[in-house]
Design a binder for this molecule. Structure first.
Ligand code: SAH
Length: 524
């Protein structure tokens, strides 16, 4: 068997978008991904669905896997012929023990690549508005380990040289030794007024910054209760933050927002949350797929065989449009067979999806709910006409029922099925318990129902209680009603029932909570 290859990939400091294109490509091809909690579980969404996911971080019932065991694991996987991605926080060569991993691979004749990443030493200060160099303030910087673990001493740090070697000093793994570090720096000639910043959980929703001086920082960090992981920056560049701080200014800063939509549909919502400075967390609970039952398939085939007979084709969602066209293709039906029919599209996105396929909708109901379609149909559709309704299996019954009552011959076809998504993210229950999810978004009733089911499957006995304190944002009244029927308290609902509306409502609720000023910049 051929040996596999191992990619030692820098995952960046936390924000999953801060991985390199090369790293992302390797991840997308890997047969196995070895990761820990810092090198973002969200990045795993980009691995193949069938890729093996191996967690080597801390678990409640187990210590972190020892470095030697990880080294061995990488070799073993490669010897099984697998292409492996080892995701590492920040850059793999900066305090990342990549030398040991690559060393053992080399000894075993396994091919490897080191894919650099964005180190927290630079990225985390940047997200706090602190450039590590500056034309007038610092022409050089050092990255130094604070050796956080108490069993290690700092014999390798020559404080007399390090202290004044460069303008800016960046310490990683230094929070537990902040006291000692600031003492050494002052002892070796840095003034007690030298600005210092600690940036905790940089680039993530929890990002928090405490600033002070070498003389005051220990007290301030204690007062703020700041804990690792954090990057410590020492030097005049820290003052730049007063003018350059930027992430804190975004409307959704500090908010991790759960996205429960099917992954295939989530991209717009995810992008909007991200744009507004929130951290989208994808937890797709539904997926759509072609119907599988013989009956459903036969039903579609016979309905499409009569394409020429319909007066109306009514589409109620983007999915409906996508899958309708997939069936046209599968059944070999040309869209021009519907030349007689008028097209109705509920909602602007549905109309756009249709327009992208060259069909301009004749009727665009004002309301986004299926009832709105009926109101606008009142004057234009007459008894005796026929309508084709390509929809999902969970579509509501209101529209076909009322059409039939009006004497319209209505043919419903379930062009897609909605299923509980198979992909599961085991971290979510813990994140909810730790208050790391700030809002959850529901874009349809089935996302509500399946989310509750998914949480139960992950061992959460009382999903409603688990969501205590989490903002529940629903796209519209129908979804909100379902959420309330399940015992949830809906706190956010937009005026216009669209993704844009939903994200705006999230941002508006956030700025209300923040009041006039934004937090974070007047540092604690
Ligand atoms: N290879 C990593 C560093 C590993 S050492 C890199 O290049 O970034 C781990 C230390 O990195 C932590 O103790 C902390 O000091 C720092 N660190 C990593 N990610 C961080 C983050 N998102 N926010 C603050 N500090 C971080």
């Amino acid at each position: 068997m051929d040996k596999g290859k191992v990619y030692l990939v820098g995952a960046g400091p936390g924000d999953p978008k801060l991985i390199t294109v090369r790293g992302m490509e390797a991840l997308g091809r890997a047969d196995a991904v070895v990761f820990d909690r810092l090198a973002g579980p969200q990045l795993l969404n980009h691995a193949r669905a069938d890729a093996e996911r191996i967690y080597v971080g801390k678990l409640p019932d187990r210590h972190t896997m020892k470095q030697e065991e990880i080294n061995r694991l990488l070799v073993d996987l490669a010897l099984q012929g697998k292409n492996v991605v080892r995701l590492k926080g920040g850059d793999p060569t900066v305090f990342g023990r990549v030398g040991e991993e690559a060393g053992l691979l080399r000894e075993n004749g396994v091919e490897y690549e080191i894919v650099p990443g964005i180190t927290s030493a630079i990225a985390v200060p940047a997200y706090a508005g602190i450039p590590v160099t500056h034309r007038d303030l610092a022409s050089s910087f050092s990255v130094i380990t604070g050796h956080e673990s108490p069993d290690k001493l700092d014999h390798s740090i020559y404080w007399d040289k390090v202290t004044n070697a460069t303008g800016t000093l960046v310490f990683l793994m230094g929070v537990a030794k902040l006291d000692y570090i600031s003492e050494q720096l002052m002892k070796h000639g840095r003034s007690a007024d030298t600005p210092v910043a600690l940036v905790q959980w940089g680039t993530r929703a929890e990002q928090r910054t405490v600033t002070g001086t070498l003389g005051t920082i220990v007290g301030k960090v204690e007062e703020a209760g700041l804990t690792p992981p954090a990057v410590i920056v020492v030097g005049d560049v820290v003052r730049q933050r007063e003018t350059l701080a930027w992430v804190e200014r975004k409307p959704l800063f500090g908010r991790r927002v759960l996205v429960t939509r099917a992954r295939s549909q989530a991209s717009e919502l995810v992008a909007r949350i991200d744009e507004l400075g929130g951290e989208p967390y994808e937890f797709p609970v539904i997926e759509t797929r072609l119907p599988t039952s013989d009956e459903a398939v036969a039903n579609i085939e016979s309905a499409l065989a009569q394409a020429e007979s319909y007066d109306w084709v009514m589409l109620t969602s983007v999915n409906g449009v996508d899958y309708f066209y997939r069936w046209l293709d599968r059944c070999g039906v040309d869209i021009r067979k519907f030349a007689r029919a008028k097209f109705a599209a509920v909602g602007p996105k549905t109309a756009e999806a249709l327009a992208a396929r060259g069909v301009r909708a004749d009727l665009l109901p004002e309301s986004f709910r299926a009832e709105g379609l009926l109101d606008s149909l009142a004057g234009v559709i007459s008894p005796g006409q026929s309508a084709l309704l390509p929809r999902g299996d969970l579509a509501r019954e209101t529209l076909p029922k009322e059409l039939k009552e009006k004497g319209v011959r209505t043919v419903e076809i379930d062009v897609y099925e909605t299923a509980l998504s198979a992909q599961r993210d085991p971290w979510l229950p813990e994140m909810l318990a730790d208050g790391e999810i700030h809002a959850v978004t529901f874009t349809s009733s089935s996302t509500v129902v399946n989310f509750i089911r998914a949480l139960k499957e992950l061992g959460v006995d009382d999903p409603v209680k688990a969501l205590d304190g989490v903002d529940v944002a629903c796209i519209g009244p129908v979804t909100a009603r379902t959420a309330e029927e399940h015992g949830l308290t809906v706190t956010i609902m937009p005026d216009s029932y669209t993704i844009d509306g939903l994200v705006e409502a999230l941002a508006a609720s956030r700025s209300k909570a923040k009041g006039e000023s934004f937090d974070g910049i007047s540092d604690s």
